[in-house]
Design a protein around this ligand. Structure first.
Ligand code: FEO
Length: 161
């Protein structure tokens, strides 16, 4: 069994993961509206990943016989000026999620909750990847600059995700 405090903290994280999913789905839809097929595809995949993150926590609460409480999901923005802005916001958001996961790790350590600490290691590693992929895309966009042909190739590359 996990503590009530840990149960509540994981429920809050489920909400945060679902908010992330909602954010990336909004980015995908805005990219579709802008004709950026590859960017739209990349964010649709990112939406799927975030839902998997949420469901992995749901599964863990189930294993621990702890109640899942789904709270309302806050509104997300609906438009961005360009792909660069979307990925900048993605990187900033993922840094915040990393801090949330680390706070859960701190709580698990404080409570000597070894099972949760062990489960959270997957998320710690996942966050390293999440930040790295957003960072890599931003670096690629720096090379692209204002070059329309290069942006076309960049967008095509994202469609391969
Ligand atoms: Fe679920 Fe992108 O962190």
């Amino acid at each position: 069994m996990i503590s009530k405090k840990m149960q509540e903290a994981i429920n809050a994280q489920i909400n945060a993961e679902m908010w992330s999913a909602y954010l990336y789905l909004a980015m995908s839809m805005d990219a579709t509206d802008k004709g950026l097929k590859g960017v739209a595809h990349w964010f649709r995949k990112q939406y799927d990943e975030e839902m998997q993150h949420a469901f992995k926590f749901v599964g863990y609460l189930g294993e621990q016989l702890a109640k899942v409480e789904l709270k309302p999901i806050a509104e997300v923005p609906t438009t961005w000026c360009c792909a660069k802005k979307m990925f900048e916001e993605t990187l900033e958001h993922e840094k915040k999620v990393t801090a949330m996961i680390h706070a859960l790790c701190d709580l698990a350590a404080e409570e000597k909750d070894y099972a949760t600490a062990n489960m959270l290691q997957w998320y710690v590693n996942e966050q390293v990847e999440e930040e790295a992929s957003a960072q890599e895309i931003l670096e690629a966009l720096e090379f692209v600059g204002e070059d329309k042909a290069a942006f076309y190739m960049f967008d095509k590359g994202l469609a391969a995700r």
